[in-house]
Design a protein. Structure first.
Length: 141
């Protein structure tokens, strides 16, 4: 069954890429096609949850309304597939501006997928921030 796993891994990588592309293009509603109806975001710190596809998509809008992303780069997702569950861990670097102050963060976006009705859908997401700080004005890329 190695070929199926390889196809599944590629499908997950493609989904992660699409989600990021739709976010950066401001095509928020298109993100919803990649989500399970009851998808959950557990923001860093795990002290709260964003529940449901609509709220998940709205979280992208809310972020972009409060923050100006100056540079975003995502690395190649590391994908693990076990049956109908997959986890994609994608390294990222972002420079953003909020309240006229630039910040830089590096970390990993962690998405859990489930195969629902033959399609891979995000069911859970969190981010692990590994490096956080301010960014020099000329470092916005």
């Amino acid at each position: 069954m190695p070929k199926q796993t390889s196809d599944d891994e590629e499908a997950i990588r493609s989904a992660v890429l699409e989600i990021n592309e739709h976010w950066r293009a401001g095509e928020y509603d298109r993100i919803g096609a990649r989500l399970a109806g009851d998808a959950i975001i557990a923001p860093p710190g795990f002290d709260r949850r964003v529940r449901g596809r609509d709220a998940y998509v709205q979280s992208y809008r809310d972020y972009d309304q409060g923050v100006r992303t100056l540079n975003f780069a995502a690395g190649e997702p590391q994908v693990d597939v076990v049956g109908d569950v997959a986890v994609a861990v994608t390294p990222f670097d972002v420079v953003y501006e909020v309240h006229d102050k630039r910040h830089r963060e590096s970390g990993h976006d962690i998405l859990v997928f489930s195969r629902l009705h033959g399609e891979w859908k995000v069911v859970w997401r969190t981010m692990q921030i590994t490096d956080k700080g301010t960014a020099p004005v000329d470092d916005a890329g």
